[in-house]
Ligand binder design. Structure first.
Ligand code: SF4
Length: 413
């Protein structure tokens, strides 16, 4: 399961007619397997681990999670070929119970009906994997079920992401690391961390679920994108570049893809995946990008914009939007508003209603309330800003600050 350098950059992209039809999903998979000569390779495989995208328990029709029927179709086609033992493995996002999420989305019933083993990767043993020429992490701990699997199939959903522009195959690997490492990626550098993770471990196959994806402010609060698309490849860089282009974005804008490309000696501006079967334009997709309307958008909130990347801008944007909807910003306004500094070029003045967001603002941390991370998750930003309203931490903001400070201190030493 360790990343290798021989690349088969063929990508099959299929537009489907009826995404509710199990038969059509199975047929599309069989065709795709033929197009990239997978049948022979799979004929000697006896067991596979499928890693869907179930970060939390949202219904797949929101575009937030992998479609259970898509997994059912995949299991059925694998078993036709002789891959009989199939494990469903996922590690949900920080603070979310994996088994609860899998149950809510319908995977617990599916596993029972199809006799699949379920593994919570957040609770799994881990293996430390070296990352040669790393960006952020020299070693990463990955769940043993993934590392020891005979055949590893990654099943991401095609979504936009407020921090990373897109979340596809590489980003879905975050579910294969324990929760303390998920947090570590956010503390130390999410883009570089994803690139390192994708260099440490690469799936044998990626089956990308674009039946219903998510656009705009994904991956939690975006709009369902009824793309009706299925993409398949052996190469996670190739499929992520193809999917990013299909969504209508420039792959070089996706930092973790650019960083992965640099690490592997690929010129991302020249790289073109080999499309088999149909072209990207046949898919007819046009996803809305995440947008960050921040300056002047929220009364009582002064933004000191120091050229932040989309990571911190997205985290703040999502936090403010949720706070506005919940009426929490009204309390902030009533008590005198707040100033938020983000990005390395922001130069705030000390103030007891100053919020400093992201590792770039660590240098000014004594001037106000510092929220660590590169970038911090949106819910942590909200959790910590709510200190201004004397609200106790609900999503682990205090522990997040403590753990990050420890890491930053070690980094400085
Ligand atoms: S802390 Fe700085 S480098 Fe990191 S995501 Fe935020 S703005 Fe970008």
């Amino acid at each position: 399961m360790i990343a290798e350098m021989t690349r088969d950059t063929r990508v099959v992209a299929r537009k489907l007619k009826n995404i509710e039809s199990l038969g059509e999903l199975e047929e599309a998979l069989r065709d795709a397997f033929d197009l990239i000569d997978l049948q022979d390779e799979l004929s000697v495989v006896r067991s596979a681990v499928i890693k869907p995208n179930v970060c939390w328990g949202e219904d797949w029709k929101t575009g937030g999670t992998t479609c259970p029927q898509m997994v059912q179709a995949l299991v059925s086609v694998l078993r036709e070929i002789g891959v009989n033992r199939v494990t469903l493995a996922e590690g949900s996002m920080v603070g979310v119970n994996t088994i609860d999420s899998l149950t809510k989305v319908g995977f617990a019933d599916l596993a029972k009906n199809l006799n699949l083993e379920i593994v919570d990767l957040n609770e799994d043993e881990t293996v430390k994997i070296d990352v040669p020429d790393h960006h952020v992490f020299e070693k990463i701990e990955i769940a043993r079920t993934i590392v020891d699997s005979e055949y590893f199939i990654n099943m991401p959903v095609m979504k936009t992401h407020i921090n990373t522009l897109v979340t596809l195959s590489m980003k879905n690997l975050k579910g294969t690391i324990p929760q303390k490492w998920k947090k570590r990626l956010h503390y130390m550098g999410l883009d570089g961390g994803i690139a390192d993770l994708a260099s440490a471990i690469s799936p044998d196959l990626i089956v990308m679920d674009g039946l219903v994806g998510q656009e705009g402010m994904g991956p939690l609060t975006g709009t369902p994108a009824h793309a009706k698309v299925l993409m398949i490849s052996r190469d996670h860089f190739a499929i992520d570049v193809a999917a990013t282009m299909a969504m209508g974005f420039d792959p070089s804008e996706v930092k973790h893809l650019s960083m992965y490309a640099t690490r592997h000696g690929i010129d991302i501006s020249l790289f073109r995946p080999v499309l088999v079967g149909s072209s990207l334009s046949d898919l007819n997709l046009d996803f809305e990008k995440p947008h960050y309307a921040l300056e002047g958008a929220y009364e009582g909130v002064e933004i000191l914009w120091g050229n932040p990347c989309s990571g911190c801008a997205g985290a703040l944007s999502v936090a403010l939007e949720r706070m506005e909807k919940a009426g929490e910003l009204d309390d902030i306004r009533r008590d005198g508003g707040m100033t938020v500094a983000l990005g390395k070029d922001a130069n705030p003045q000390e103030n007891d209603r100053l919020i400093l967001i992201g590792k770039c603002q660590h240098k000014n941390r004594k001037m106000g309330i510092f929220i660590p991370g590169c970038p911090p998750p949106g819910m942590i930003v909200r959790d910590i800003i709510l200190k201004l309203n004397n609200v106790r931490s609900r999503y682990g903001g205090d522990a997040f600050i403590e753990e990050a400070e420890e890491l930053y201190k070690n980094e400085e030493e």
